[in-house]
Design a protein around this ligand. Structure first.
Ligand SMILES: NC(=O)c1ccc[n+]([C@@H]2O[C@H](COP(=O)([O-])OP(=O)(O)OC[C@H]3O[C@@H](n4cnc5c(N)ncnc54)[C@H](O)[C@@H]3O)[C@@H](O)[C@H]2O)c1
Length: 267
């Protein structure tokens, strides 16, 4: 059981979904985000923080013995926003952790680190990154930072290449990439419990029928996702339009992100 878990990005979609599960692994939880959270439970405290502000990040870590780092830009955006939230932000998180007893960090990476691999390629965590966006590139930076901080300083981290963590799959691609929040929670719990974590990369998808990813390199965690997108297959096929087989969004694992232009060119 953790004494004090820090959850960044706590106001976001995944953060809000994880919150009710966290008392199973932590006696108290520090919620942090740039966006205010008004309703806080007795075991929770809220601390506003911009991840790009190092002293503000430092103020989050007092007594923290585990971190789930969800905060940052979660889609393609202009580079300045990504630089602050995801590059300076993750550096601030790891550098602060290093000075505060090196609590284990679960880092919300993304499938968009490898988005330009085709869907007929099966990937384990040893493949080279092929980011599909500036956003995916920033997550690759985060994974490399985690690797450096483990090899050089012993800071342990689980980088989770989250597929699609939503209440249910929204389109046909998500039948392969969907991640139930309960499975994500179980993965976090196992990473905090493991005798040794090192820096491990895991693909965050539930036990879906379609899969492009192989978690053999994280098998030591014993994570066996229990949920599957299969129960929504008929609904998704009835409601989400079919796409042409040669569209980039269908060819590549990153889906529609692979077809996005440069964010500065849009609008
Ligand atoms: N939801 C998914 O399917 C999915 C897939 C792949 C990766 N991820 C990653 O998981 C994490 C959570 O995803 P989500 O869907 O909840 O995203 P989200 O956008 O709903 O939440 C992200 C949160 O981070 C906060 N944030 C943004 N910039 C910040 C900054 N500079 N300082 C502090 N906080 C900041 C936002 O206010 C927001 O509440 C993100 O890091 C995202 O990249 C999510």
């Amino acid at each position: 059981m953790l004494e004090k878990l820090l959850l960044t990005g706590a106001a976001g979609a995944v953060g809000q979904a994880l919150r009710p599960l966290l008392p199973q692994i932590a006696r108290s939880v520090v919620l942090s985000d740039v966006v205010a959270i008004d309703e806080v439970k007795p075991h929770e405290t809220f601390r506003p923080c911009d991840l790009g502000d190092r002293p503000a990040v430092d103020a989050l870590f007092d007594g923290v013995d585990g971190v789930i780092h969800l905060g940052g830009i979660s889609v393609e955006k202009p580079f300045d926003l990504i630089l602050n939230g995801n590059i300076v932000g993750i550096y601030n998180m790891f550098e602060t952790a290093r000075h505060h007893g090196k609590p284990r960090i679960i880092f919300a990476s993304s499938n968009h680190v490898i988005g330009f691999y085709r869907r007929d390629q099966r990937l384990d965590s040893s493949v080279l990154p092929k980011p599909d966006t500036l956003y995916g590139l920033s997550k690759a930076f985060g994974e490399n930072l985690a690797s450096l901080y483990f090899d050089k300083f012993g800071q342990e981290c689980l980088s989770v290449r989250i597929g699609s963590c939503f209440p249910k799959p929204r389109d046909r691609r998500m039948l392969a990439t969907w991640l139930a929040v309960e499975d994500l929670f179980d993965l976090c719990a196992r990473a905090f419990d493991a005798p040794r974590l090192g820096h491990t990369i895991v693909y965050g998808a539930s036990a879906n029928e379609e899969t492009w990813w192989d978690n053999v390199n994280a098998a030591f965690l014993g994570w066996q996702p229990k949920h599957s997108s299969a129960k929504w297959r008929a609904e998704v096929y009835a409601t989400a339009p079919a796409q042409k087989p040669d569209e980039p969004a269908v060819v590549f694992q990153g889906g529609g992100f692979t077809a996005l232009g440069h964010p500065d060119d849009e609008g």
